[in-house]
Design a protein around this ligand. Structure first.
Ligand code: NDP
Length: 593
């Protein structure tokens, strides 16, 4: 029987759960997949030993990244007739996050009809309402073929250095394969979830069993594939650390074949109903022209609390996010109503746990005690039921995290749990410095590094242009937009970047960058949009949404546009329509003598 708590009790409960999780090391608690952990970063999906000749060439645009962001920039440039671009991608193919994440059960939690871009142009019909990662990866390959991007891509290649040369007005780009590229424009589309991290748990380096991160799944060890059961786990004790969106999808698949599965939990995810289903072919094929753009906007409205007249998508996301509980208001009555609405949504999700889980003690541990905007809400129909299976055990750490890792297992509350395989579902770097996540530190005018210019945090116009870095265009969360449907943000940003490049070419502009005044003005816009979210965030448990709750001066500048993505997009549209590059320093090409 579900016990309903009073508002005061809920506030106190949230506070208690939050305090258990606060730590002084913030993002420093995690380890990079470099040095002694470099083996965790190996690409398991390519044949080893790939070589090719180094290239030396001039190219109009270098695009860093072959995920959706980089592909959409390339596609938008192609549509504008600009084909002289070179894409540099460390993976063995297009796809970005959908290349790396092949863990079992991986799928997109946003409806495929709004998530997958350009469905009307490619004529592709997703097979299911929520597409699997394999299908999305194949769709990325389809986009690559459809828009003829493969000839322009350098795979298994990482950027080493990028430096602006004022005398030639070019970016000089070098790569891990010895390439020397000179380009007018440099677009960084490095993704937000591509740099995997490990938890810095004491003893992690001593583990002698098999271990990997979810974004580097070793099917040679587990057997099976994203679409087939992992038969080699039938005699294995498997441990998985982390219970975020990734683990929620992987756990039910692991539970199917592992002899024993131990799920090590620090903070539970809130998990709503999914209701996936095959695509209704009749519905899909009867959509009128322009349906996808309308659906994308409708969804973003619905999940940012704008409440469109008709909820076209009508799924777990729009239900949970229908009211924007981070709203900007000073009115105490309104604030309390929003808080109440948030509590009610989370109570529904907590009640679901009790309905599904047989053992009351396990159910209690799987309830999420924080607001709905604190962590990404998950939607899954098999995650919670997995804990009713005899081979699955929840090892809850009461908010403190795993205590220690030994040669043979995982220690929680002084008890060692031996495991043969240890899987790290420990997420990705999101709020570390941009140059760190990119893996190189662009050198702008006069040898100035991005890390130097941004030593006190980011300086940008729209998150895209930055002063002292001519013709550098960035697509990232840093001072940029954000949305539940991340593809919506990437599509808008890619359109803007392609417009910038095309317009510079058409108007004989040699270089463009943000002015310091415009950067500060944009920061003011970001602060204005963050007003409601900042107060809300202080009630949250730590996580990557709030930079692990460590707010220093730098983090205060590295914020994301916290208002609606549609408002962010409108800033870009209005700016383009003004057509005078407000806030940008523009240098025209010198006409030939
Ligand atoms: P997350 O960062 O969301 O989760 C990491 C998990 O590891 C958390 O549960 C965290 O606990 C736990 N953890 C970290 N350190 C320890 C420790 N020392 N002991 C025990 N547990 C620990 O990463 P995910 O890979 O799950 O997801 C990242 C993001 O990727 C998602 O939020 C989402 O945006 C995206 N994603 C999207 C999907 C989609 O369908 N579109 C699917 C999967 C992922 P704690 O919460 O306490 O920090």
């Amino acid at each position: 029987m579900y016990v309903k708590l009073s508002i005061d009790d809920l506030r106190e409960k949230y506070q208690r759960e939050r305090e258990k999780r606060l730590r002084t090391d913030g993002v420093g608690q995690y380890k990079e997949l470099t040095g002694e952990y470099a083996a965790f970063n190996r690409d398991p999906y390519v044949e080893p030993g790939f070589t090719r000749d180094a290239l030396t060439k001039e190219t109009e645009v270098v695009i860093v990244g072959g995920g959706f962001a980089g592909m959409l920039v390339a596609i938008n440039l192609s549509k504008r007739g600009i084909r002289d671009f070179t894409m540099v991608e460390k993976a063995g193919d297009f796809g970005g996050t959908w290349y790396w994440n092949r863990y079992p059960g991986c799928m997109c939690d946003v409806e495929s009809y709004t998530y997958l871009p350009l469905l009307e142009e490619t004529g592709y019909m997703p097979t299911e309402r929520y597409a699997s990662a394999s299908e999305i990866f194949e769709y990325c390959q389809l986009l690559g073929r459809h828009f003829d991007l493969y000839p322009n891509a350098l795979f298994q290649t990482e950027i080493k250095d990028t430096a602006w040369d004022e005398s030639t007005q070019r970016w000089n780009v070098t790569t891990s394969r010895g390439d020397k590229l000179a380009s007018r424009f440099l677009v960084t589309a490095g993704g937000i979830l591509h740099k995997a991290k490990l938890p810095g748990i004491p003893g992690i380096e001593t583990f002698k069993g098999k271990a990997f991160h979810t974004s580097r799944w070793d099917y040679d060890y587990t057997g099976g594939s994203p679409r087939e059961p992992m038969v080699n786990l039938r005699d294995k004790r498997v441990g998985i650390i982390g219970t975020g969106a990734t683990a929620v999808q992987a756990v039910p698949q692991l539970a199917k074949t592992a002899k024993e599965l131990l799920v090590f939990q620090r903070t539970p995810s809130a998990v709503g109903v999914r209701n996936n289903a095959p695509t209704d072919v009749e519905w899909f094929t009867s959509q009128p022209p322009g349906w996808q753009a309308e659906r994308i906007v409708n969804f973003t409205h619905a999940v940012t609390g704008v409440q469109p007249e008709q909820d076209l998508v009508k799924d777990g996301w729009t239900e949970v996010m229908w009211v924007n509980t981070q709203g900007t208001t000073d009115d105490p009555a309104e604030l309390e109503a929003l808080e109440r609405s948030d509590f009610e949504t989370m109570e529904t999700l907590r009640r679901r746990v009790e309905e599904v889980i047989d053992d009351p003690a396990t159910a209690d541990k799987l309830k999420a005690w924080y607001g709905k905007n604190c962590k990404r809400v998950c939607f899954h129909d098999e995650y919670l039921p997995a804990f009713n299976l005899p081979n699955v055990q929840l090892v809850d750490t009461d908010g403190h995290g795993v205590e220690r890792i030994t040669e043979t297992g995982v220690v929680v509350n002084g008890v060692e749990h031996p495991v043969d395989l240890l899987i790290f579902a420990s997420g990705f770097e999101v709020t570390t410095d941009l140059d760190h996540r990119l893996g190189f530190d662009p050198q702008g005018r006069n040898g100035m590094h991005l890390s130097g210019r941004w030593a006190d945090g980011a300086h940008t116009l729209h998150g895209i242009l930055s002063g002292e870095f001519p013709n550098l265009m960035m697509i990232s969360l840093v001072q940029g937009g954000f949305g539940t449907n991340f593809l919506h943000f990437l599509s808008e940003s890619a359109k803007h970047v392609a417009w910038l490049i095309d317009t510079c070419e058409q108007e004989s502009i040699a270089s463009i960058e943000a002015t310091p005044a415009a950067e500060e003005e944009w920061l003011g816009v970001l602060y204005g949009a963050a007003a409601g979210a900042a107060g809300y965030s202080t009630t949250c448990t730590p996580g990557y949404y709030n930079s692990e709750q460590n707010f220093d001066a730098k983090a205060a500048r590295n914020l994301v546009y916290a208002g609606s993505l549609l408002d962010y997009s409108q800033y870009l549209v209005t700016w383009r329509e003004q057509g005078d590059f407000t806030g940008a320093k523009v240098v025209k090409q010198t006409p030939p003598a």
